[in-house]
Design a binder for this molecule. Structure first.
Ligand SMILES: [Zn+2]
Length: 359
């Protein structure tokens, strides 16, 4: 994510903190100062927020490490003021696996809650002895324990794509096709999101943000799963593009511009000694013109390590791996030999055609 500070890596998962997080801390400091709180109280509150967000990181690692068990990597974990975000390469398709990956996060908070509760009882903490309920050295563990319990419960609300919503979808997907299950979970998620926004407007602005986030997230995932369902049962060879434009690796960019303007193509295959060696996209051409000039060779900006997919591979899998690796175009190979290309636009058109035929 842009404008994020890198914190470190654990088990191959990079952890970032988004710059807006500093706004949250600033807001805490300013609102406490205006309320006339002593510096010591403000420091305890900040320590509490940092400790809580450390628990949020652990929650996200719950998801990431559960996914790792099923061979699914996590691109990164980013901390935002509204919570954490683990970007998994994909969600497992097997409902049982999705169930465990979704449950693993809230389970981490339950475990932390149990540990902190034990710690409190060992130290002989007694709620009745408390004079006032504010965060300080005596109560920070109590606050952290309660916050972890609230986090676990809140995340288990069936508001897809929150954890509880994923659990719901996984249960539905045991009996229903995945896209139907997603549709139902998504509608429930969007209804809850509207409740969050309305409730949040009068009580808590962060809830408004979470509500919007859920509403958009649910919509995006429903349409994504819907599209994916149209690709099921097809192979890469059903959608690949047999007609494509070639460019020599040593040709000047002006040649690429000429082809770009004279054709529908947005991707070109770069060849060297009659062998396809890479791809050149419209964006790369534009970047090349900016960084160099139109006499610069194609090889300066072309991508020489294109994603390779087999012609016999399932189309939905190929599409997912293109999306997760953020590739607009891939080489289609057969028995290790270059055959042609598949680009995202291709696949989108394929989806449009199939969805039109189904209606
Ligand atoms: Zn979670």
């Amino acid at each position: 994510m842009k404008f994020s500070l890198y914190l470190g890596t654990f088990r191959q998962v990079k952890v970032f903190i988004h710059w807006t997080f500093s706004l949250l801390l600033l807001w805490i400091i300013i609102s406490n100062l205006r309320a006339g709180a002593p510096t010591e109280d403000i420091l305890w509150t900040i320590l509490f927020v940092l400790a809580l967000f450390f628990c949020v990181i652990l929650h996200e690692f719950g998801h990431a490490l559960a996914a790792q068990r099923y061979g699914i990597g996590t691109k990164d974990i980013t901390l935002l003021p509204i919570g954490g975000l683990a970007r998994l390469e994909k969600m497992p398709e097997d409902p049982k696996q999705e169930l465990w990956v979704a449950l693993a996060g809230p389970l981490v908070n339950v475990v932390i809650f149990i540990f902190l509760s034990i710690a409190l009882s060992i130290t002989g903490f007694n709620l009745e002895n408390l004079e006032e309920l504010k965060i300080n050295g005596n109560t920070i563990i109590l606050f952290l324990a309660s916050a972890n319990l609230i986090l676990a419960l809140f995340n288990m609300l069936p508001a897809f794509p929150m954890d509880g919503g994923r659990v719901l979808r996984a249960f539905l997907a045991i009996k229903l096709p995945r896209h139907k299950a997603t549709q139902i979970a998504g509608s429930i998620g969007q209804m809850l999101a509207i409740v969050f926004v309305f409730y949040g407007l009068f009580n808590n602005p962060i809830l408004v943000l979470i509500g919007i986030f859920i509403f958009l997230g649910a919509g995006a995932e429903v349409s994504h799963t819907q599209q994916e369902s149209f690709l099921k049962g097809y192979k890469v060879k059903d959608a690949m593009m047999m007609k494509f434009q070639l460019l020599s690796y040593d040709a000047p960019l002006s040649k690429a511009v000429e082809k770009l303007l004279n054709s529908q193509a947005t991707h070109f295959v770069v060849v060297k000694d009659d062998v396809a060696v890479g791809t050149l996209s419209r964006n790369e051409i534009i970047k090349g013109l900016k960084d160099h000039n139109e006499n610069a060779a194609v090889e300066l900006v072309a991508d020489f390590s294109p994603l390779k997919i087999e012609a016999e591979q399932n189309l939905d899998q190929a599409w997912r791996s293109m999306m997760s690796k953020n590739r607009k175009v891939a080489f289609v190979v057969e028995n290790g030999h270059f055959l042609c290309i598949l680009d995202q636009e291709n696949v989108s058109e394929f989806i449009m055609v199939k969805s039109a035929l189904q209606k």
